[in-house]
Design a protein around this ligand. Sequence first.
Ligand SMILES: Nc1ncnc2c1ncn2[C@@H]1O[C@H](COP(=O)(O)OP(=O)(O)OP(=O)(O)O)[C@@H](O)[C@H]1O
Ligand SMILES: [Mg+2]
Length: 360
Amino acid sequence: MASAQQLIGLVKSHAEGDEKRFFDLAMQLAASEEQKGHSRLAEQLRQWADAGQQPPKQVATRPTPLAAPRGDLAGFLSASYPTTRLNDLILPAHLEDELAHIVIETRMTERLEEKGLRPRRRLLLAGPPGTGKTLTAEALAGELKFPLFTVLLHGLITKFMGETAQKLRMIFDAVHTTRGIYLFDEIDALAAARGAENDIGEARRILNSFLQFLDENTGPSIVVATTNLPEILDRAVLRRFDLVLPYELPDAGAIEKAMHRRLRGFQTAGVEWRDVARHAEGLSTADVVAAGEDAARRAVLGNSEVIETAAVIASLARRRSLHSIGAGANAEGSPTLHSVQRRGSTRVQTKGRRVGKTSK
Ligand SMILES: Nc1ncnc2c1ncn2[C@@H]1O[C@H](COP(=O)(O)OP(=O)(O)OP(=O)(O)O)[C@@H](O)[C@H]1O
Ligand SMILES: [Mg+2]
């Protein structure tokens, strides 16, 4: 625990309005807790101390109007200004900590650079569908008040056959000059083609260009790539990222939290959460949220404020049955999806561009 002197110092600096001292003391406190092995507490202290800081001068609190892509860029880069926050994410503690630290590193870039350090700005989020990867990119943007630029990779490849590398060059020029979160969603589309015997050449060229550009300085921006199929990404791809975060299907605690949040405003005191978690096993967080919405809608239309365990379980079952539509049927005509979907990995091949999609 903090010493009495440290606590007095903190309260005093706050009372005197000495923000700098308050921040320094909070950071010292975090460092001493870290030394004692209380990393989570240390992380939270840093996070809150940092949240209380004024943003550094060069960080605008609102994205500039210039942030909207223009000309050619507008064809394969879409801009949005999410208000999602890190708090909206339901993730294991170690992922929450890493993401909070990324935000701090970006906010405190100057401090790091003074010591010859660079904030981590190339992130790969890997894991099954519906586990919060895209939402994470939105939350980083919302937290930092950066615009979110989503790179429409599939559009880029099909629309600009032969010129995709040049278009990527344009995107990475923007990464360098226009501060934002640049989201390259589902890069496995590119990686899958790399080295494949029958690849058409173009996809491999694009991936190689992507990796080459990724090696460059990202300037003030953060590049976030996502994939459902981390196993097809080789070391050459993985080592380009400063941080690779593994996303997983939610555990019982995360299921309860996601469902609880969606059912806020209803009476859920009687819900047997353990039963609910059991019936949600193998489903993604996106599925759990959707099932929660379904239960909420039905309660509203049934003029009830009370949510029963059975109603939640029925909504989860309805959600689960939807997957069999997407997955098709096996030779006997029965759904195949649930027997092959495993925790933390997805083994289903579906038609269309999203290989391995099973849920959402
Ligand atoms: N970890 C999470 N915390 C909170 N909500 C989540 C989480 N994961 C999914 N959701 C809910 O599901 C929706 C879809 O999630 P998201 O698009 O981020 O999944 P994804 O991992 O990007 O999936 P995909 O691989 O299919 O693109 C979110 O908008 C949110 O409502
Ligand atoms: Mg996504």
